[in-house]
Design a protein around this ligand. Structure first.
Ligand SMILES: [Zn+2]
Ligand SMILES: [Zn+2]
Ligand SMILES: [Zn+2]
Ligand SMILES: [Zn+2]
Length: 357
């Protein structure tokens, strides 16, 4: 397809390429070396919606300064006239779509529904050439996203059908039927990214079609971070030419069984990374030795100073319990032999510890 050629050309200039390897489907590979911390790729969302409890500018995702609401829909905030102007082509139609709904229906509009409404508005605006397309900004990339619809529970699909009904009522686009809307809800559920700030506080949700190509590993070599709504992919460890770029979709501070549960429930696959197969037992023992276990707390003892040393205290990342030096020694006594064994078998044992400590 012409779009694939364009996307490949764009990625090759960035030192990346897409390969299709079954059964994983599309995979992103490095065609040059990246050093730890280096930016591998940046991507603006195809569409995004702020979801934080504090008002955010819908265009730039900033919350500082005086924000003002769109007077017509009373839902969307802007930090100033410039952002409102930049978003106007899209928001004009979004605003109209929101006002089409009766008040009682408006209360049912979730962030996912708003995301889908914006998705189809953007598709229409690009088709009508009101806004331009680029190799990494076009609806065909959204079409290519995996949906896992056939694996989804009927209960979930019925809920999507109800939401899809609201979307079609809001948009009234002749070529948008219920099936198409349901299929795109499935895509959003397994591809949308939570946009978080530097403190990992959620700011919103967004669809990043190129980042969505990147597969999961519990031993990732890259990480997705956000600068406002801009998604930035950075290398965590040296990524060499020919390596697949892998990120983690889930909380890695959980045992293999829990990680597999999380991946299956949300992303509908079973992870076969070395952390899940070859080193599952040893990694689970390390995680267990670092677990808080105070009352019902399931937090982890983390070293606030990032690097481990004997005279630093460990603090639970959930309840704040600080381990005494004595308890720390006891925990370390359990961890050290496991780490040594892990490191001698597989260098990435230290990556796990880096995450946990
Ligand atoms: Zn703004
Ligand atoms: Zn409005
Ligand atoms: Zn795994
Ligand atoms: Zn705790």
């Amino acid at each position: 397809m012409e779009d694939d050629v364009e996307l490949q050309r764009f990625l090759e200039a960035e030192g990346l390429t897409i390969k299709t390897i079954l059964p994983k489907r599309r995979c992103l590979f490095a065609t040059r070396d990246f050093i730890p911390g280096e930016v591998i790729m940046r991507e603006e969302p195809y569409v995004c919606i702020p979801t934080s409890s504090n008002p955010l500018c819908q265009q730039c995702f900033k919350s500082d300064g005086a924000l003002s609401k769109c007077a017509s829909c009373n839902i969307v905030w802007y930090c100033g006239v410039e952002c409102q102007r930049l978003d106007w082509k899209l928001h004009k139609l979004e605003c109209r779509a929101i006002s089409r709904l009766e008040k009682k229906w408006q209360e049912l509009v979730t962030p996912e529904i708003r995301l889908l409404v914006k998705l189809f508005i953007r598709r229409k605006l690009q088709r009508d050439k009101v806004i331009p397309t680029t190799p990494i900004d076009n609806f065909n990339l959204v079409e290519a996203m995996i949906d896992h619809q056939y694996k989804m529970e009927m209960k979930k699909l019925v809920a999507y059908a109800m939401k899809a009904e609201i979307v079609t009522r809001m948009l009234q686009q002749p070529d948008l039927d219920l099936d198409k809307a349901v299929n795109n809800f499935c895509k959003v559920s397994c591809n949308a990214n939570a946009i978080v700030d530097i403190a990992m506080e959620p700011l919103g949700i967004g669809l990043y079609p190129v980042m969505s190509i990147i597969n999961h590993s519990c031993l990732p070599n890259a990480i997705l971070v956000f600068e406002g709504k801009l998604a930035v992919l950075r290398a965590l460890v040296p990524v060499e030419k020919g390596d697949e770029v892998l990120i983690s979709y889930i909380d890695l501070g959980r045992t293999t069984r829990h990680r597999q549960h999380d991946l299956n429930a949300k992303y509908h696959f079973t992870c076969t990374c070395p952390h899940c197969c070859k080193f599952a037992e040893i990694n689970d023992q390390i995680l267990d030795a670092l677990r808080c276990k105070r009352g019902k707390c399931d937090g982890f003892f983390v070293n606030k100073d990032r690097f481990y040393s004997h005279d630093q205290k460990l603090e639970c990342n959930k309840c704040g319990l600080v381990k005494t030096l004595e308890a720390e020694r006891r925990a370390k006594g359990k961890i050290d032999p496991l780490c040594d064994k892990g490191k001698s078998e597989f260098f990435s044992g230290s990556i796990l510890l880096h995450f946990v400590l």
